[in-house]
Write a protein that binds this ligand. Structure first.
Ligand SMILES: NC(=O)c1ccc[n+]([C@@H]2O[C@H](COP(=O)([O-])OP(=O)(O)OC[C@H]3O[C@@H](n4cnc5c(N)ncnc54)[C@H](OP(=O)(O)O)[C@@H]3O)[C@@H](O)[C@H]2O)c1
Length: 221
């Protein structure tokens, strides 16, 4: 079996570190998770430079993302640019640079880490939802375009995951209220998101593409 080379962005984060641990533990995978100093997703020049050195990834997981909830009047112009760049433009560029290798070998798996706020939304998530809805749209278009080359493209939409990002954006009181609205009555462990991604990028997934897989304990059902 050919060893598959995987790129995971945001591999230092709450969900990203679980993705790296989960995939590294599986035979046949070599996982690369560049730090921000090696690949700054907010800077298009940094992205171009990184992939000019190496772009032969068989599997790409666009996981890095930011979420800074704000009322519309508080949003600064520079913050719009930053959110769009990191959450939307960067995944697009990463895919653009990795697709030629995938096409050449007739195999590729791409997972974009989106959010339930890319399916529905809530107050103070204007920028976040704009980028995550965009990511889900991009996933569908790419799935159609790249399907003939056996490159499967999916989004995963986590609900509330027990991470530092969630604890920063949701007060303990709100967390308790939300837990009662989740049919499973708890937030996801990062490992549970990683396991779903592991399936999507594996050869066991041979027919699922263009999907937005919701992993939210039933929250938006
Ligand atoms: N946590 C949740 O409940 C939840 C729910 C739904 C969806 N998500 C999505 O899941 C993904 C991961 O979230 P998380 O909770 O693991 O977030 P996190 O702990 O805040 O991690 C974010 C990751 O993105 C990286 N990153 C941010 N800006 C970057 C930049 N300019 N260049 C390179 N890397 C950058 C961070 O790197 P540094 O270490 O350098 O900062 C970090 O590794 C995100 O796309 C998020 O939107 C999360």
């Amino acid at each position: 079996m050919k060893i598959k080379k995987i790129l995971v962005t945001g591999g230092t984060g709450g969900i990203g570190s679980s993705i790296v641990a989960c995939l590294s533990a599986q035979p046949g995978f070599v996982v690369h998770a560049p730090s921000r100093s090696e690949l700054d997703l907010g800077l298009q020049e940094s992205i171009k430079e990184y992939f000019s050195r190496s772009s032969d990834y068989d599997i790409v997981i666009n996981n890095a993302g930011i979420n800074t909830p704000q009322n519309i009047e508080q949003i600064e112009t520079e913050q719009i640019e930053t959110a769009l760049n990191i959450n939307l433009v960067a995944p697009l560029l990463v895919i653009k640079y990795c697709v030629p290798h995938m096409k050449r070998q007739g195999f590729g798996r791409i997972v974009n880490v989106s959010s339930i706020w890319g399916i529905r939304s809530k107050e103070r998530r204007t920028l976040y939802s704009a980028t995550k809805f965009g990511l889900n749209g991009m996933t569908r278009s790419l799935a159609r375009e790249l399907g003939p080359f056996n490159i499967l493209v999916n989004s995963i939409c986590p609900g509330y995951v027990d991470t530092a990002l969630t604890r920063k954006n949701v007060t303990p009181k709100e967390q308790e209220k939300i837990r009662q609205e989740i049919p499973l009555r708890r937030f996801a462990e990062p490992r549970e998101i990683a396991e779903s991604i592991a399936f999507l990028v594996s050869e066991r997934n041979s027919y699922m593409t263009g999907q937005t897989l919701i992993v939210d304990g039933g929250f938006i059902a």
